[in-house]
Design a protein around this ligand. Structure first.
Ligand code: 13P
Length: 248
């Protein structure tokens, strides 16, 4: 079984999403894979209504760690819970680059999501410059150490990790299957080392970055890649279906 999770980012209107969920529910019903979609906050009530009693898991693209208070524009765990939100994307590279999210902030959010019973999707990834200067493993380790501070080993199988090389996001140029496999294996080994684990099986790592119907078979066939976090190719059910229908 693979995990196929869409990140809609800031796309689709409410009416488009209504039609989308109607189709996606049928696709998910026929699939043996795990199907998820992370929508903008304002569509969580819609997702809750439409995905109830279906195989579609849904979630948000962010969350704030404080329970309540003077945090204009932010959304708390309880607010997400009100609409049965299950997944929460944290530390997406767009949040890091455009909205200044730090490893420390992401760590606070990760601890809160785990405590509140969500399934966080922690995103990590290197930029083009970092890759070209051979800093990839160092950058990923720093992001992992920063985000996982104070997180117990028992939480590792209650969350997803997503390796999303920044240079591959929205560019149409995905990592090669060899590169993605090598880096994801390294991510799993890095996490295992941090926790003194010998078994990598409980660590789920998705690949994200221009995953589409043309490269999905290649990339998901790799032994350490557990699934995908999908942007553009998740916005139309017809295209997303081709990824969801992956058979290993
Ligand atoms: P794309 O699939 O559009 O490259 O986006 C990937 C991503 O950022 C998912 O979180």
């Amino acid at each position: 079984m693979k995990y196929l999770i869409g990140n809609h980012k800031m796309n689709l209107s409410g009416s488009e999403l209504t039609a989308y969920f109607k189709e996606l529910k049928k696709v998910a019903k026929q699939s043996e894979n795990y199907v998820g979609v992370c929508v903008p906050y304002v569509y969580l009530p819609l997702a809750n209504k439409m995905c109830k009693k279906s195989k579609v898991h849904f979630g948000s693209q962010n969350m704030y760690f404080q329970p309540k208070g003077a945090f204009t524009g932010e959304i708390s765990a309880n607010m997400l819970k009100e609409f049965n939100t299950e997944l929460v994307i944290l530390g997406h590279s767009e949040r890091r680059a455009l909205f200044g999210e730090t490893d420390e902030l992401i760590n606070q959010k990760l601890i809160t999501t785990l405590k509140e019973g969500f399934t966080p999707i922690l995103c990590i990834g290197e930029t083009k410059e970092e890759r070209e200067s051979k800093q990839t493993n160092k950058v990923l380790k720093k992001q992992l150490v920063g985000a996982l501070k104070g997180v117990e080993a028992s939480a590792l199988n209650k969350m997803f990790f997503a390796y999303e090389p920044v240079w591959a996001i929205g560019t149409g140029i995905s990592a090669t299957k060899q590169d993605a496999e090598k880096t994801i294996k390294h991510v799993k080994e890095t996490i295992a080392k941090l926790y003194d684990l010998t078994n990598l099986d409980n660590i789920i790592v998705l690949y994200g970055g221009s995953l589409n119907s043309k490269n999905v078979n290649d990339i998901l066939s790799q032994p350490h890649i557990d699934g995908g976090l999908i942007g553009g190719a998740s916005l139309k059910v017809d295209e997303f279906k081709k990824l969801i229908d992956y058979k290993g």
